[in-house]
Write a protein that binds this ligand. Structure first.
Ligand code: F6R
Length: 366
């Protein structure tokens, strides 16, 4: 059932190109010019009436929601807040009939996410669910459902569900943009064309797993490390850090690279590993300055950049290049080396990769 892989997690990491293709599937119009989301029942009038979007989820799904915030704000130009469900539901959030609440849940059964959905509906908001399980509680109770076609996810650590959630956000962002007229047709067509290339680009990353494994084996000997990045790279850093903690039990923190000097830099000492994401074109130079702040204090930096920015190699100890794509789409690529890093670090430590201690696949208690 693991199809020749040692663990479900590794199998699911490798299933991502298919999960991307299946989630995009018939939702991309053959013309290549628009997204078709028949499962979203909102009329153009209802979409035009949306004043704010709240994205609510837990854990890895929350991290997908952080990317979703950038995607919807950039494409649809509607203000978005992303919150963890266990905070959102208790903070008396300002929800009105002009709020679109998006809940994200792989299982569709997470107690706090379901409670947030119910609270949103009680306040009169429309609720759109992004979920991987057809017929789940979240899917049944939401007004609209975008199903991620990642297939069953067995490993406790979420991989293909997360990346399929990113694809769902790209599709939704484009759908809102084409309805609102917030982006011109040529840009929409460009994003769609780049989306279609992602599966093959993930395959190219997977083919370089051995390089990531070598870094993972070094990291596995440490007890503390940092992930840094700016913008979307910061959102991916949070997910990379969670994944590593969850299955390798190595403590790590994800930091917005520009925030380091406001306190955390005090923790950087000789030899500490820092994983630095520098895939965002417009933030590249700024991130490199932050990398220099940690290398100057002896950190051992593993940098991830987009093809083209080979000069990063001069600023760090080791580099990994992801294929070039639009800056908005990089999370769907840059998270893959981080998933592999966690997998191989967990393996190197002799942990039970698929069933990490203290955790359950579906969190149905509050
Ligand atoms: C981490 C992980 C969890 C889940 C979280 C939400 O790898 O899997 O953080 O993402 O428990 O679960 P769902 O998406 O089922 O609501």
């Amino acid at each position: 059932e693991k199809a020749g892989y040692d663990h479900f997690m590794l199998k699911e990491i490798h299933e991502q190109p298919k999960a991307y293709r299946d989630t995009m599937g018939s939702r991309l119009d053959p013309s290549g010019k628009k997204v078709v989301l028949n499962e979203v029942g909102m009329t153009p009038q209802q979409i035009k009436a949306i004043r704010h979007v709240h994205i609510v989820a837990c854990g890895t799904a929350y991290h997908a929601g952080l990317v979703g915030k950038s995607v919807i704000e950039k494409l649809a130009r509607i203000p978005v807040e992303t919150d963890v469900a266990s905070e959102y539901r208790y903070r008396a959030p300002i929800i009105t009939p002009e709020t679109l609440v998006i809940v994200v849940s792989q299982s569709g059964e997470t107690a706090d996410t379901l409670a947030a959905l119910r609270e949103a509906k009680r306040c009169g908001a429309r609720v759109l669910a992004i979920t991987n399980v057809v017929g789940s509680s979240v899917a049944r109770e939401a007004d609209d459902v975008i199903t991620t076609w990642a297939g069953p996810e067995i490993a406790v650590a979420s991989t293909k569900a997360y990346t399929s959630q990113l694809i769902a956000f790209y599709l939704l962002g484009l759908y809102l943009a084409q309805t609102l007229g917030s982006q011109d047709d040529a840009y929409i067509a460009e994003v769609i064309a780049e989306l279609k290339e992602l599966p093959e680009k993930v395959e190219r990353i997977l083919a370089q797993s051995e390089a990531i494994k070598n870094v993972a084996e070094q990291i596995a000997t440490h007890d503390n490390l940092f992930f840094i990045g700016r913008g979307l790279d910061y959102a991916v850093a949070l997910e990379g850090s969670l994944k590593l903690k969850e299955i390798s039990y190595i403590h790590s923190e994800a930091y917005a690279a520009g925030e380091l000097k406001h306190g955390t830099l005090a923790l950087i000492e000789e030899g500490i590993p820092v994983i630095a994401l520098a895939t965002q074109e417009d933030l590249f130079e700024k991130t490199v300055s932050n990398i220099k702040e940690v290398t100057a204090r002896g950190a051992h930096v593993f940098g991830i950049h987009s093809e083209g920015h080979y000069e990063l190699a001069k600023a760090v100890d080791e580099v990994f290049a992801i294929p070039a794509t639009l800056p908005l789409l990089t999370p769907a690529l840059s998270v893959v080396p981080l998933q592999l890093l966690s997998y191989y670090a967990s393996l190197a430590r002799g942990n039970d990769v698929d069933k990490p201690r203290n955790l359950a696949k579906s969190v149905t208690v509050e």
